[in-house]
Structure formats: C-alpha cells, structure tokens
Design a protein around this ligand. Structure first.
Ligand SMILES: CC(C)(COP(=O)(O)OP(=O)(O)OC[C@H]1O[C@@H](n2cnc3c(N)ncnc32)[C@H](O)[C@@H]1OP(=O)(O)O)[C@@H](O)C(=O)NCCC(=O)NCCSC(=O)C[C@H](O)C(=O)O
Ligand SMILES: [Mg+2]
Length: 293
C-alpha cells in the first residue's frame, strides 16, 4: 500500500514563457504546479523562459504547493542546461519529457548531482511514447530519486496513430502498463491532460475514469479545471464515512480475536482497513495543504 506523502489531485502546467500564468498560479488551488520549459515554450523562447521561471521561483509566493520544473529532453540543445539550472532552483522536482529508458533517468540524476542538487530533489518521468510504455518497469526501478510518472497522453495518442475517444480505449494498454509499474515500485502517477477546454462534462468524465483506474490526480492546462479535479481525486464524504466505519468495526473485531468482520453485509479484511487508513491520511494531507496555501 503506497504511503500518502502529499496530495496530487491537480497538477497545472504553466508555460515558462508566460509570466502572467506564473503570477496567476500563486493564487490557484492546484496541489502542484509544473513550470514548463518543454512543449509549451517555442525554441526561440527557451533560454528566456528559464530566466522567467527562475525569477518567479525566487520571488516565491507559491505556498505549500509542489513545484516541478519540466525540462527539455537530454537529446535537445537545452536539456543539459535546464537540469543544471534546476539544481539551484527552489523546486521539489524535475520532470523529464519522453523518457524511454532507465539510462536517461540515471543520466539526468548524474547531471543534477554534479550541479549540486539537494538530495531531496525528485525526478519525475513523462511517460508518453510507445517505447516508454514498453519499458515502464525498467524506468520505474531506475533511480532512488524517482518520485513518479506523469502520463503524456497527447504524445502517446499521436505516436500510436490513435484517436482521442471518450473511453480512451486506444490508450488503456499504455496507461495500465504505467500504473502497474508505478504501483509496483511505490511511485506516484498522474493522468494526462484533457485538451478540449470547451467540454466541461467530458473533462469531469475523464477525471472520474482516472480515479477508477487508480491515478493519484490529473495534469491540467487551465485554471478553470482545478476545482473539478480536486473534487474528483479527493475521497468523497461517503468514502470517508465508510473508511471510519471499516476501521472502527475491524478494530472491535480484532479486540475479540477475529480477523474479518461484516460491515453492511460486506466482508472487511486487513486490506480494506489499510486502504481506509490511506484514504483518511490523504484527507488529512489535503486539509493541511488547503490550510497552508
Ligand atoms: C490554453 C491556454 C493557451 C489558454 O490561455 P488563455 O487564452 O490566456 O486562457 P484564458 O483567457 O481563459 O485564461 C484565463 C486566466 O487564466 C490564466 N491562465 C490560463 N492558463 C493558465 C495556466 N496554464 N496557468 C496559469 N494561469 C493560466 C490566464 O492568464 C488568465 O488570467 P487573467 O490574466 O487573470 O485573466 C493556456 O491555458 C495555456 O497556455 N495552458 C497551458 C498549456 C500548456 O502548458 N501546454 C503544455 C502542457 S500539456 C502537454 O505538454 C501534454 C503532454 O506532454 C502530452 O504529451 O500529453
Ligand atoms: Mg508530451
């Protein structure tokens, strides 16, 4: 059962070349922010965006939100410089794009370490290519700095020549491989973005599907989607109530020397109680984050 370290219901991308977005994010209720140097920034704006992000981070004001820098790939002219700069930035993690092997993660870690990155600086991997999906387990076990996966469903659909459908059937094999690898190695895992900002119902549906599949949260491209993601990926009032009843009933059964108990006619065992405790821990972390942001 993965430990709840922090809520990641909503992770908002902000183009590093857009100072207004970086300013706006200080007042947004996203659990995590991705300062993007990759796809949202054009090649001629890359160097300047690094400076814009660096200044915004130095100015602070992001509260307890998790701060992550998405770098360019190590096969581009900017990747090495992005990682060297990240080592000195007040961020919690770097997000490597289009990761396809353990070697890439280790190479990034070596660059960060040479540049003096603190031990706590986490590495995240964008999982968004067919080769990345096939090597999900190798990547998940690649380095102790690795904290999680972020699904890149736009790139993945593109590379697969697949359509963006409501049920995401064309993507489920890839999503499932990454979910298996992430959970097997105790990593966090975030679902991909929903591109149609005019379709609120479709977005809400994709959040519900992400919850059912087991994702910790969703990556977002616009502030108007934060509240829906936060609600979808937080335990509901009914789930909280049920978790408390499971724990109380199981504790009482254990005190009588029993290892199982029926609650509302349903069998409750150790694994259900462990999941109930995880949900309540997540609720407590959400409350802490919301009180401090
Ligand atoms: C999509 C957008 C370009 C739309 O921007 P805009 O036209 O400015 O929208 P609005 O006028 O509706 O904005 C309202 C206010 O909200 C602020 N805003 C908008 N987006 C953001 C944001 N992402 N972060 C912070 N603040 C934001 C605007 O500044 C307005 O504020 P105000 O001035 O007070 O009115 C834009 O939303 C955008 O650029 N989104 C991010 C796009 C992006 O980062 N794309 C790359 C990441 S997704 C990806 O790479 C996928 C992955 O790799 C894969 O393969 O799947
Ligand atoms: Mg991508």
């Amino acid at each position: 059962m993965p430990t709840v370290t922090r809520p990641r219901r909503s992770m908002l991308y902000m183009p590093g070349s857009n100072p207004r977005a970086l300013e706006k994010a200080r007042g947004l209720a996203a659990d995590a922010l991705i300062f993007d140097l990759e796809d949202a920034v054009s090649p001629d704006a890359k160097e300047a965006a690094r400076g814009v992000i660096s200044e915004a981070l130095a100015a602070g004001g992001y509260g307890k939100r998790e701060l992550i820098l998405r770098t360019n790939g190590l096969d581009t002219p900017w990747g090495h410089g992005d990682l060297t700069a990240a080592a000195k930035m007040p961020v919690h993690g770097v997000l490597l794009p289009k990761v396809e092997s353990a070697a890439t993660v280790r190479q990034a870690a070596a660059i960060l370490e040479k540049a003096g990155a603190p031990a706590e600086l986490a590495i995240w991997c964008m999982m968004e290519t067919p080769m990345g999906m096939l090597r999900a387990e190798e990547i998940a076990g690649s380095h102790p700095r690795l904290a999680g996966f972020v699904m890149g469903t736009s790139d993945l659909a593109n590379d697969l020549h697949a359509r963006h459908t409501r049920d995401r059937l064309p993507l489920l094999t890839g999503l499932g491989l990454c979910l298996l690898a992430a959970r097997a190695y105790g990593l966090a895992i975030l679902d991909g973005v929903y591109l149609d900002l005019s379709d609120d119902e479709g977005f809400a549906y994709s959040c519900r599907q992400g919850v059912e599949l087991g994702f910790d949260g969703k990556t977002l491209i616009h502030p108007k989607t934060i509240a829906t993601a936060n609600e979808a990926f937080a335990p509901s009032a009914a789930e909280i109530e049920q978790a408390k009843r499971f724990i109380a009933a199981f504790d009482a059964a254990e005190a009588e020397g029993k290892g199982v108990v029926l609650v509302d006619g349903k069998l409750v065992e150790n694994l259900h109680v462990a999941n109930a405790r995880r949900l309540l821990a997540l609720v407590a972390r959400i409350a802490e984050l919301e009180a401090g942001s």
